[in-house]
Ligand binder design. Sequence first.
Ligand code: NAD
Ligand code: WQD
Length: 352
Amino acid sequence: MHSPSASSSTRPEVLVTGGAGYIGSHVCVELVNAGYRPVVVDNLSNSKREAVRRVARICELEPDFYELDLNDREGLTEVFKKHDFKAVMHFAGLKAVGESSQIPLKYYRENLGGTLTLCEVMAEFSQGNLIFSSSATVYGDPATVPIDERFPTSATNPYGRSKLIIEEILRDLAAAPKEHQNSAWNITLLRYFNPVGAHESGLIGEDPSGIPNNLLPYIAQVAIGKLERLSVFGDDYDTVDGTGVRDYIHVVDLAKGHVAALEALDSTGPGCRAYNLGTGQGYSVLQMVKAFEKASGRDIPYQIAPRRPGDIANCYANADLARQELGWEAQFGLERMMVDAWRWQSQNPDGY
Ligand code: NAD
Ligand code: WQD
């Protein structure tokens, strides 16, 4: 885990918005491993400063950290004045699907507003290299699986719509004539399937506030005894055992996909491209429960509950395009995802 030239000041700098969060913190580690210097901007609305310190414990380079809201244009401008970024990776935003239907304006303000401010400041500094956290949610309820990037897109909730609108804004930016802008936009949209697991050190991982919405952190909290039992949302879907099937991807694989996308920016011309980041393999809720029981040696009590509104039966990726064009594919299988998730949960029962 020691990175030999971690202290070198010649490393290209990459701005990581939301870099204290679950995915962003893992990306910081992989950026350092690949020879970059991450610079984090995060308002800590859904994360802890400690996550960035732990990145430093893993790879011996502490990312520069700015506690800043992306909507703070002046603050962001100061960050751009201090650094010379090779590219921007944009993770910052709100992500709770259910909550987004309760408070849609907040989701649009944070996700759209933050992205617009970021892009405006990037344009001011002639920075056009952007990698954006999109989501498989932009495929809505797909007609078939596996899902490839040419599938039609749609949204079923304000969170998903915010991702879809941002994708469209970024396509418009990339298509606009260069003579009207300071820089040519070179944009990669990464559509994540279901990120799970944690860094093998057990030092960083997913730290949801309150009761988790997502399956894996919920299962992990049942295993550790913080929650009594899992509710399995529906067992009458048209799937292998009736429970929902998803494409779970190890967060470290996902993070490496970002480094691959960053390196591909050098060889692609200006434009805007979308890639699925998934494994291509689907697992059901009950298969996930069994796999976690095996990895943790704990029982996961569960009960069958009604379907969760908005859920779909099957969702998994065709990940060929990322393999062909980014030279990336997921390496870790289900067992490793579970072992790493359990190490993080058992070493940090109360999170950071
Ligand atoms: P996260 O909540 O752990 O990380 C997001 C980070 O952004 C947090 O640290 C939060 O404090 C910060 N943030 C939020 N609003 C901000 C603002 N206005 N200014 C500055 N910082 C702000 O979430 P994550 O799971 O790491 O997700 C990262 C990105 O990936 C998000 O854009 C999310 O929508 C997207 N995504 C996540 C998943 C998933 O299942 N985790 C799947 C697909 C896409
Ligand atoms: C997975 C499966 C549930 C919890 C969400 C967002 C998506 C993306 C990833 C950001 C489903 C079942 C879950 C529980 C259960 N995020 N489940 N009991 O819904 O595939 O995707 O996170 O972009 O946009 O929608 O993930 O982990 O919530 O659910 O039975 O307590 O587990 O029904 O089949 P989902 P999830």
